[in-house]
Write a protein of this length. Structure first.
Length: 160
């Protein structure tokens, strides 16, 4: 009986060792599969990101022309209301950026003429900034004779 107990204990230890080996082998296989998938998909994702960032850089290369704040009197019977805006123009290439800088007087004149013709109600309305941006974009491009400006950003907007 003592010998049977020793044999049973040894067979149980052997069974536990086999189970432990199978579990470790299973973790090893799962780990290898995970690492392989990560490396394969990770490189593909990096290539996609690199290609996407190159495309977006090629498409999205833009140049910006900042203007000092412009202050205009609004159409107001009392003449005491004014609008102060700071505008940045977006152009698609550096050549056009230089052209805008050379024609700064024309651009500022267009901005001032457009804004000084607005009433207080027109500039404080919820959609006022978007409407002004669209109107300024159209008028400036018209004055310059071509589609030079691709977007307008209003970086400061004060009505008093």
């Amino acid at each position: 009986m003592a010998e049977e107990t020793k044999e049973e204990v040894q067979s149980k230890k052997g069974g536990k060792k086999k189970l432990l080996i199978f579990i470790l082998l299973g973790f090893f296989i799962v780990g290898l599969a995970g690492a392989g998938a990560f490396l394969f998909l990770g490189k593909k994702g990096e290539e996609d990101k690199t290609a996407h960032s190159k495309k977006s850089k090629e498409k999205k290369q833009a140049f910006y022309v900042d203007f000092d704040p412009i202050i205009v009197n609004l159409l107001d019977p009392s003449g005491k209301r004014f609008l102060q805006v700071k505008i940045t123009l977006e152009v698609p290439d550096q050549k056009l950026e230089e052209e805008i800088k050379k024609k700064e007087a024309i651009v500022k004149d267009t901005i001032i003429s457009t804004l000084s013709g607005k009433t207080v109600e027109e500039v404080i309305a919820p959609e006022a900034k978007e409407n002004l941006k669209k109107e300024l974009l159209a008028k400036i491009n018209e004055r310059l004779g071509e589609e030079v400006i691709s977007n307008i950003y209003i970086t400061q907007y004060i009505v008093e």
